[in-house]
Design a protein. Structure first.
Length: 138
């Protein structure tokens, strides 16, 4: 009986931690995304969707190249080569293309994580276009 209670408690804790992580992802004002190692999009939070101008159903199961998200594919290739080599990327300035074609400057950070048998990239994107325009540097 003790093993059954322990498993029930572990399951409850797992569900609780998943809920907490989903809440953090949803509430974050920073755009956060999770992709498979082959860059297929698993999840983008609402903040990231707002930055890129897409709806969730338009991105999940696709990749950022398909979506035309990266204005410079050479920069994207360099970033993802570094990630695949195990590096963590911190606040690299990139140019992204929104759904309607508008170019925006953003800070991109990412790392690779292992969840079970699968490797994922988790990344964040912060649109800095308005800040650059206010300071006259963009």
């Amino acid at each position: 009986m003790h093993i059954s209670q322990s498993l029930t408690e572990l399951n409850r804790q797992l569900v609780e931690s998943q809920f907490q992580l989903q809440t953090i992802l949803k509430m974050s004002p920073v755009g956060i995304g999770l992709t498979l190692r082959d860059n297929v999009i698993v999840e983008f939070n609402d903040a990231l969707l707002a930055v890129i101008g897409f709806e969730r159903h338009e991105v999940v199961g696709r990749n950022s190249v398909e979506l035309g998200f990266w204005a410079d594919l050479t920069v994207r290739s360099h970033i993802f080569s570094r990630l695949a080599a195990g590096e963590t990327i911190r606040e690299v300035e990139v140019t992204i293309r929104r759904k309607e074609g508008l170019l925006r400057q953003a800070l991109f950070s990412a790392t690779m994580i292992q969840l079970g048998e699968e490797a994922y990239f988790v990344g964040s994107l912060r649109d800095i276009s308005n800040k650059l325009a206010r300071t006259g540097t963009g």
